[in-house]
Ligand binder design. Structure first.
Ligand SMILES: NC(=O)c1ccc[n+]([C@@H]2O[C@H](COP(=O)([O-])OP(=O)(O)OC[C@H]3O[C@@H](n4cnc5c(N)ncnc54)[C@H](OP(=O)(O)O)[C@@H]3O)[C@@H](O)[C@H]2O)c1
Length: 252
């Protein structure tokens, strides 16, 4: 059964926009959250009429985020089927030029807002023993990449948060899915100056994610060659990994 009601953060561009459009076209009412209201309005015009409910919101404002999720729940008759914590950012935080304000901005958005999104959605889902929460981590979650301490740490935090959530939800009707994308063409990667192996087109990425979510997979890592490389890197001992990683150009 496709979801009838969805709440997704970061729906104004990239992966979140692609997923919002996908579920709206499947017939769901999609509560689409982001700061850029004008972009959400464009999305609403592209989707079947009435299927996008714009939620103009800075998700780092936790009180407003939680209220928006509660409002979406109430509007769905108390039954949000699918909640996706997708909003995120990536800017380099090179340890040689560390800027604590950037570190805080990344952790507030990628960790706090993502975990609050999932936490706010769970009580109602657990109460009715149904529903699915999804969080977007990254293949960058498994090793400390050069120049990206904050981004890698933020995605590792989401990875572990969701793993614990899944353990706790075993035996309930609520499922938790963590997604680990490699590189996908979005606004986020458009600013990257380094080579991005196996860079994927957005529609292909949306297709992989939507199929995995529909099958209620615990984890979705893509594309496969990048997922395999991340797995191989994560098993390297520190004495090999760190000199190897240190040889690459550090983004700044
Ligand atoms: N693209 C990739 O290759 C890739 C790889 C691995 C993981 N990811 C993860 O996938 C997720 C989506 O990334 P993307 O590539 O689709 O990026 P994107 O195109 O830059 O989209 C980011 C979304 O997050 C929203 N957002 C940012 N700050 C926000 C805030 N304070 N409050 C509310 N919304 C906010 C943006 O909307 P507004 O600016 O309108 O608020 C936008 O809709 C992120 O968590 C990212 O880390 C992406």
């Amino acid at each position: 059964m496709p979801p009838r009601s969805v709440f997704i953060t970061g729906a104004s561009s990239g992966l979140g926009r692609g997923l919002a459009l996908h579920y709206a076209k499947e017939g769901a009412t999609v509560h689409a959250a982001a700061r850029r209201g004008a972009e959400i309005e464009v999305l609403a015009r592209e989707a079947p009429p009435g299927h996008i409910v714009p939620v103009v919101l800075d998700v780092t404002d936790s009180e407003r985020l939680v209220k928006a999720i509660r409002d979406a729940e109430a509007a769905s008759g108390g039954a949000l089927d699918l909640v996706i914590a997708n909003a995120g950012t990536s800017v380099p935080t090179n340890a040689r030029k560390m800027d604590w304000t950037k570190v805080r901005r990344i952790l507030d958005l990628n960790v706090t807002s993502a975990c609050v999104t999932i936490a706010a959605a769970l009580p109602a889902m657990v109460g009715r023993n149904a529903g699915q929460v999804v969080a977007i981590s990254s293949l960058a979650a498994f090793r400390g990449m050069p120049g990206n301490a904050s981004y890698c740490a933020s995605k590792a935090a989401v990875h572990i948060f969701m793993e614990s959530v899944r353990v706790d939800l075993r035996g309930t009707g609520v499922t938790a899915t963590t997604i680990y994308p490699g590189f996908v063409k979005t606004e986020l990667t458009a600013k990257n100056k380094f080579r991005m192996p196996f860079l994927m087109e957005l529609p292909d990425a949306v297709d992989v994610m939507a199929r995995g979510i529909a099958r209620k997979k615990p984890t979705i890592a893509y594309p496969l060659p990048m997922a395999a490389a991340a797995r191989a890197l994560s098993s390297l001992p520190r004495s090999i990994y760190e000199p190897l990683a240190g040889r690459s150009r550090i983004p700044s």
